[in-house]
Design a protein around this ligand. Structure first.
Ligand code: SF4
Length: 470
């Protein structure tokens, strides 16, 4: 498997004065303490390349940050703004709001905007059409012309180089990471994914495949950030922590060994995104010993036909259940993503899937069922499939699908009305900083589950009121 190394700079070009912007990517106020670690790493990378980088992390909302407009006015002029857009969850109204902000920056301050991250690549055409973007950076291809300005070109080349290897974070100072000890900091220990899920846009900026970054260096980064901030909660931001079953076990052992050598094992709480195929019960136990207490797994469907034919996932559901049982035994919380609503959903399949979810554990799925819906992202295979079936609604910053089956459409509309009337007004006021809000969140999910199962004529299940992570 390819192993990516630390990036070095041998041919310095013209250096730039750059504002690196990590915008708030979620509409809801629940996530407050999460730090955009990839923006932090790019910040370190650009500094190491000799650029003057100013990081504006508005993704972290536990402290007041200046607005983009304020920094451009007070600390400008900058040669460029690099905006980090990564999660597909932001595609839609949130991305349009960010696009408005970027368009104002371009027109009001004459500053070029460079998009970085998979969402920037996926939505490059729409961002450009909105006047919000000059260039998008990716390894596979860029959907924008190469920058003519030599300073901007050097910035783009150096930012792209970050995707080809690991940038040590150990040169960062306390001024670079002004986060509180309860921050949740993400770090990267690999890039890409071996799977080809038809709906996935998380690797749009990469060339394909999976490459590991040196785990030893990732732990050195974590130790450094822990020393600077006091943070004890770290999230591996990898699309797939494991890569292969053999690599995953080796990486878990290295993780444990490195944390033990630094006397950090048991003192840090770690989460990973991982494919269940790369895990074994033995590897799960090693991860737990290292301090992993949350695993995020893309389950997506318990209908094998939907899973394989529609989503392109080769997941073995029996193996998934064995891995989840091992995680339960090791006190690791399994958080599963699930896509209940898709254009070809039927009432029969819904009943099958809800019964399977109930057996699996509804509490393991953080989304509301009304939000457990296929996100259609530009450029994905799923978008092309839905367009070919004439079920796609497409407009700038908007993709959605129509249901092929009227009964499914009617039920989805009724569930959405329930969500808008009952959950959405409460959700707007919740925050992860108030412990009881997690209980309120769980109670809302239980109420929604009862509504949906009762409406479908399923037995009313006993739902565990466990807190969930979203
Ligand atoms: S496993 Fe996850 S990251 Fe990999 S292609 Fe599927 S959705 Fe994307």
């Amino acid at each position: 498997m390819p192993a990516l190394r630390t990036v070095t700079f041998t041919q310095p070009g013209p250096r730039g004065w750059v504002l690196l912007y990590a915008p708030t990517l979620y509409e809801a106020g629940f996530k407050q303490r999460h730090v955009d670690g990839e923006a932090l790493a790019l910040h370190a990378h650009l500094q190491a390349a000799g650029h003057h980088s100013v990081l504006l992390d508005a993704y972290y909302r536990a402290q007041h940050t200046l607005r983009l407009e304020d920094i451009l006015t007070e600390q400008g002029p900058f040669d460029a703004v690099i905006v980090h857009l990564w999660t597909s969850d932001a595609y839609g109204p949130r991305l349009r709001t960010i696009a408005d902000e970027l368009a104002d920056a371009r027109s009001g301050h004459g500053v070029p905007v460079i998009g970085f991250g998979p969402l920037a690549v996926s939505a490059a055409a729409e961002l450009r059409g909105h006047g919000a973007l000059d260039h998008a950076i990716g390894l596979a291809h860029t959907r924008t012309p190469a920058p003519a300005d030599p300073v901007i070109a050097a910035l783009a080349v150096d930012a792209a180089a970050h995707l080809t290897g690991h940038t040590p974070l150990t040169a960062l100072s306390r001024a670079d990471v002004p986060y509180l000890p309860d921050a949740v900091v993400s770090v990267s220990a690999s890039r890409g994914c071996r799977s080809r899920c038809t709906f996935c846009a998380y690797n749009a900026d990469l060339g394909g495949g999976w490459s590991e970054l040196p785990m030893t260096a990732a732990i050195a980064d974590i130790a450094h950030l822990h020393r600077l901030t006091g943070a004890t909660r770290f999230a591996f931001a990898d699309s797939d922590f494991g890569g292969t079953r053999a690599a995953c076990q080796y990486r878990a052992l290295t993780l444990l060994d490195q944390l033990q050598q630094r006397r950090l094992a048991g003192r840090l709480r770690l989460s990973i995104n991982v494919r269940s195929e790369t895990l074994t019960p033995a590897t799960v136990a090693i991860l737990a010993e290292a301090g992993v207490d949350v695993m995020l797994i893309g389950v997506e469907s318990f209908n094998p036909t939907t899973l394989h034919r529609l989503y392109g996932k080769k997941q073995d559901l029996d193996h998934l259940r064995a891995v989840v049982a091992a995680a339960d035994a090791a006190d690791i919380t399994t958080v599963a993503s699930y896509i209940l609503w898709h254009p070809w959903q039927t009432l029969d399949s819904l009943r099958l899937e809800l019964a399977a979810i109930d057996t699996f554990g509804r509490h393991r799925i953080p989304q509301f069922m009304a939000r457990s819906c296929l996100l259609v992202i530009p450029g994905t295979v799923a978008e092309a499939q839905i367009r070919a079936a004439d079920l796609l609604n497409a407009a700038p910053f908007h993709r959605s699908f129509r249901f092929a089956e009227p009964d499914a459409a009617e039920l989805y509309e009724a569930l959405s009305a329930w969500f808008i009337g009952n959950a959405a007004p409460v959700l707007a006021g919740l925050s992860e900083n108030r412990p009881y809000d997690l209980t309120t969140l769980a109670e809302l999910k239980i109420a929604e589950w009862r509504w949906l199962t009762t409406t479908l004529g399923l037995p009313v299940p006993v739902v565990e009121a466990a807190g969930t992570v979203s």
